[in-house]
Design a protein around this ligand. Structure first.
Ligand SMILES: [Zn+2]
Length: 395
């Protein structure tokens, strides 16, 4: 399975219109182009964990890249296996005797993907191009060739392409196996779908996906989330700084804004995304809701229980209020906390409902009548393993 990070349907449309993705075009012409909804919030960690567990964040427990630890009152990265409340499909397949490989671009995901997989086992490997490239992980000669010298930088198209190259090298070396490939969305944060850089990137992805198809793999191509331009008419980030707004409107109430998009790779988005968590005490939450709802970048404010139910997220790991942005808006904490000088271009980001739609492409015919009515990106392993049309279906 290939999770193309930030692969909004608009990138596929743009590349397809220019004839830049013949393999994906051929697959969708033959077997259908489906659109799936990502898990909410539409961020990388919650969705990668949903993809490998097959369940929404309400069941697996990871509702952001970053969350407030309510015991210590401190924000923490949500990237360690102890946080998972559900078993992974990768670990289950390994326990059942399969060889299992997960390859990711950024090292931040490697630990989560490797949850419950044993170290030093011939039938299990969890690799990140970042760790292989900087010598933290050892590599075989085949992987070394796939990675190349020097290894690709974290802010490059090449690191995502290398994820697919390594996956292909492993597929060619060992079968049968379950392979999970997860790229990074640097390119989609940086370039709009019609930019030449995006078209070249999708074309290169398409060639590698075609190679994986030729190697005989059943292949599902989907994404963790989409991507939207988040700028004003003058090209500035269209951002509401929630912490500043709330402290001004309600001084001394101890309100805390946590941004679940936060991660160490700030060049992508400056920690500005389309979902924010607000922690406040019950006595002031009505006032806070009214203040937030008046902001043009805010589409919806949900109280904890309602948010947990509607968005399928774990109530104990979200804010008292969950704030969702408009299609062209993003949410920040305080202006001073965001270093936008590192931003590489006009802001493009994700995290809300408007970035939930992702392509869902399979290189085999499916038993469509058995597909879930509301297809989710995290149905990918279920579809690949259980819903392929078999010869018997034609008998
Ligand atoms: Zn992502």
């Amino acid at each position: 399975m290939a999770c193309i990070d930030g692969f909004d349907p608009s990138y596929l449309e743009a590349a397809s219109a220019k004839g830049r993705c013949p393999f994906l075009d051929r697959s969708t012409a033959r077997y259908g182009l489906r659109t799936a909804a990502s898990a909410m919030p539409s961020f990388t960690n919650p969705n990668n964990v949903s993809l490998i567990t097959g369940v929404p964040p309400s069941r697996h427990g990871v509702a952001g890249n970053y969350a407030l630890d309510t015991e210590s009152g401190m924000p923490v990265m949500m990237n360690t296996p102890e946080l998972l409340r559900a078993g992974t499909i990768l670990a289950a397949a390994h326990d059942a005797g399969s060889t299992v490989v997960a390859v990711t671009a950024k090292d931040k995901l490697r630990c989560l993907l490797g949850t419950s997989l044993p170290d030093g086992d011939d039938r299990a490997a969890t690799l990140s191009i970042e760790a292989l490239g900087n010598g933290q992980q050892e590599m075989t000669p085949a992987i070394r060739t796939a990675i190349g010298t020097p290894p690709p930088g974290i802010y490059s198209a090449e690191i995502s392409l290398t994820v697919l190259r390594v996956g292909l090298a492993l597929l060619e070396a060992t079968t049968p196996m379950l392979v999970y490939l997860s790229t990074t969305d640097y390119m989609q944060h940086r370039y709009a779908p019609n930019a030449e850089e995006s078209l070249d990137f999708i074309a290169a992805l398409d060639r590698l996906l075609a190679d994986i198809d030729r190697a005989g793999a059943v292949l599902v191509v989907t994404a963790d989330h989409g991507m939207n331009a988040k700028t004003t008419s003058t090209g500035e980030p269209n951002v509401a700084y929630l912490q500043d707004v709330l402290e001004t409107a309600m001084p001394g109430t101890g309100i805390q804004t946590i941004l679940p998009i936060t991660d160490p790779y700030v060049v992508h988005h400056g920690a500005l995304g389309a979902c924010a968590m607000v922690y406040c005490n019950a006595g002031v939450s009505d006032h806070a809701v009214a203040v937030l709802e008046a902001l043009p970048q805010v589409e919806q404010v949900l109280e904890r229980e309602k948010a947990a139910e509607e968005l399928e997220i774990p109530p104990d790991r979200i804010g008292d209020l969950v704030v969702l942005a408009t299609a062209d808006g993003v949410l920040g904490s305080s202006r001073a906390a965001h270093d936008l000088s590192a931003l590489a271009g006009p802001l493009r980001s994700h995290g809300g409902r408007h970035e939930q739609a992702v392509p869902f492409i399979v290189n085999r015919p499916l038993r469509d009548s058995d597909l879930p009515t509301q297809l989710r990106n995290y149905d990918a392993f279920h579809v690949a393993l259980n819903l392929l049309e078999s010869e018997a279906d034609h008998a």
